[in-house]
Design a protein around this ligand. Structure first.
Ligand code: NAP
Length: 254
């Protein structure tokens, strides 16, 4: 039996991932809208969760991150963390307001880097004390969400894209730091996902749905993969974009 912590538990993708990891585990759902967690909590119990806890979590408040981790761990050491929070931001607003641009980058990069650092530190302390014990070489594991938007940043959504690019770089560096340790970090890089975050937008080619993203993410997570593109062929597209001339690239739609 393990303990799964979901950060941004009202996320569509996060909920789908949690549903696939709940069986036989305790789950802590952390969200800023804790009153909106009844549906997902019920689904997790139906799916075999041993217990479901709810915790208030405001990612933007960096000073709350360390006490938040203490609180999450009070229900037992957490061995699995899903970092599912994020915002798309409003690109038009971000182009004319420094505050709006900084807000998007704060949530999608700074807050992610901060909470993931606190989680890794706590897992490392638990491994050192024996509170978390490796099973087949893995004692703690973290799933984090990057995006195709960060692979090569586009003019049409460069604020969100640059936050994801920064996050992706942070996660890759952290993976290298954790190499050889018993902490696994899996980076999930979806393309356009048809769901709440992209509501009202025309689906881009190679779109997927939250369930498809979750399925691929959990398969990679359980398979101890360092990264997964969803869909997988997006990896080829991301590679190809690096050869696209700038004068064409700047005209790319969202
Ligand atoms: N959807 C896509 O097209 C797509 C594509 C590539 C990558 N991704 C990434 O995948 C992850 C999950 O996305 P999704 O599609 O599941 O999005 P979603 O359904 O819109 O969920 C986003 C979640 O983030 C939470 N959140 C936002 N700001 C927060 C804050 N300051 N503190 C705490 N929680 C906060 C939201 O909480 P509230 O319910 O309170 O708003 C919501 O639960 C995100 O990192 C996203 O960037 C998504």
């Amino acid at each position: 039996m393990g303990h799964v912590l979901v950060l941004g538990a009202t996320s569509e993708i996060g909920g789908e991932v949690a549903a696939r990891l709940a069986n036989h585990n305790t789950v802590t759902l952390a969200a800023r809208r804790t009153d909106a967690l009844d549906g997902i909590a019920g689904r997790l119990i139906d799916g075999g969760a041993v217990a479901v806890h709810r915790l208030y979590f405001e990612a933007d408040d960096l000073s709350s991150h360390r006490p938040f981790v203490e609180q999450a761990w009070s229900n037992g050491p957490v061995d699995t963390v899903i970092v599912a929070f994020g915002i798309l931001g409003n690109q038009d607003a971000c182009e004319v307001s420094g505050e709006a641009a900084a807000q998007t980058i704060h949530t999608d990069f700074t807050a992610q880097a901060s909470i993931i650092t606190e989680i890794v530190a706590r897992m490392e302390a638990d491994i050192a004390s024996g509170a978390l014990k490796p099973r087949d070489g893995v004692a703690g594991r973290i799933m984090a969400f990057s995006s195709i938007a960060g692979a090569r940043v586009r003019r049409s959504n460069y604020v969100y894209g640059s936050a994801k690019a920064g996050l992706d770089g942070f996660l890759q560096g952290l993976q290298d730091r954790l190499h050889g340790s018993s902490i696994q970090l899996t980076i999930v890089r979806p393309g356009f996902v048809i769901g709440r975050m992209t509501e009202g937008m025309k689906p881009a080619p190679m779109s997927s749905r939250p369930e498809e993203v979750a399925e691929a993410a959990v398969t990679a997570f359980d398979g101890r993969k360092a990264q997964v593109w969803v869909p997988r062929k997006l990896a080829l597209l991301a590679f190809a974009t690096t050869f696209t001339p700038r004068w064409i690239w700047r005209k790319m739609p969202r």
